[in-house]
Design a protein around this ligand. Structure first.
Ligand code: UDP
Length: 332
């Protein structure tokens, strides 16, 4: 397949690009490098540019006949989205519409879209399946849901077929240690816990120890980045085979508390991790756990790395590599 990977220099997109190249696909990466890294693109051809640039999109789609597009590029911080909603609606909604319109103009009819468990808001029941009510609590979650709604309308009117994948907590790293999580600033739990283990940080803060959960800390469903990428590949293959559009929740179906993640990291690293209790972070539901039965049934998705310790071990290998030869601090 010939595939455009938008945001292919970012965390999940770079793992996807690697997988697509390894499975003998032709890949073009489009990334602004605002938060992605040039050296994370391990294959294919990198074009540096922004989805705001509609003329560039026309050029890219005129130069290549893509079988499908995978769209990973977005702003991803829930807290920031509350303070700067304009950035989220611009980057995640308006820029995505530019991409969709370019696809329609150029007759590219298959899209895999990165959505999020954040569309569900505070869960009514667990685990969360696709029939669960959608009530996003933040501009970030709303921006993802707006695109999902637009996609349904675009399909009806323009025949653009799509699969939207709602990631629960993406984590882990390339099992061979060639890629890993590299957000600047880093806000995600597992890399921050591992920075506390390696000494890059003094301690990890627990955002709220008074939630209605067994140990008082938030419960999340951590899913390996490589397993997420496999779901993208299966989803695109489904569309190539003429399968219908759809939305899928992606997680392992088991929840771990913040304290359990820290315990797993202490076990994997053999190091003591200093912990501080801090106030709750705005917009964090107490528990998020996925029911991924539809993805298993319709896509044939089977996570290969469901164990939290494997996820943490792969992330730890990347953290050690990053501390041994410090990675560049600024994106680009
Ligand atoms: N978390 C925490 N300390 C941190 C970062 C995150 O306690 O330094 C908690 C956060 O409140 C949430 C969980 O860890 O309950 C996972 O957060 P993350 O930002 O990794 O992913 P999110 O759930 O926001 O997608």
């Amino acid at each position: 397949m010939r595939i455009l990977v938008v945001g292919g220099a970012g965390y999940i997109g770079s793992h996807m690009t690697k997988m697509l190249v390894e499975t003998a696909n032709e890949v073009v990466v489009l990334d602004s490098l605002v938060s992605g890294f040039r050296d994370a693109v391990l294959g294919g051809r990198l074009l540096v540019g922004d989805l705001a640039d509609r003329a560039l999109l026309d050029q890219v789609f005129s130069a290549h006949r893509f079988d499908g597009v995978m769209h990973f590029a977005s702003s991803i911080q829930v807290g920031e989205s509350v303070r700067q909603p304009a950035k989220y609606y611009r980057n995640n909604v308006a820029n995505t519409l530019n991409l969709l319109e370019a696809m329609v103009r150029h007759g590219v009819g298959r899209l895999i879209f990165s959505s999020s468990a954040a569309i569900f808001g505070e869960p009514e029941r667990l685990p969360i399946d696709e029939a669960h009510p959608v009530r996003p609590l933040s501009p970030y979650g709303r921006s993802k849901w707006m695109v999902e709604q637009a996609l349904a309308d675009y399909e009806r009117a323009y025949g653009l077929r799509y699969v939207t994948l709602r990631y629960f907590n993406a984590a882990g790293a390339d099992p061979l240690g060639m890629l890993g999580e590299r957000h600047e600033p880093e806000t995600h739990l597992i890399p921050l816990v591992l920075r506390a283990a390696s000494g890059r940080r003094r301690a990890v803060e627990i955002f709220g120890a008074d939630y209605p959960t067994p140990d008082g800390t938030c419960i999340r469903d951590y899913v390996h980045v490589v397993d997420l990428c496999r779901a993208h590949l299966l989803a695109l293959e489904r569309l190539m085979d003429g399968g219908a559009s759809g939305a899928y929740n992606l997680g392992n179906g088991s929840g771990f508390s913040v304290r359990e993640v820290i315990d797993a990291a202490q076990k994997v690293t053999g190091r003591n991790i200093a912990v501080k209790t801090a106030p709750r972070r705005e917009g964090d539901p107490a528990r998020l756990v996925a029911d991924a039965a539809r993805a298993r049934r319709e896509l044939g998705w089977r996570p290969v790395y469901p164990a939290l310790e494997t996820i943490v071990a792969h992330a730890w290998a990347w953290e050690k590599k990053s501390t041994a030869a410090p990675i560049q601090a600024t994106p680009g």
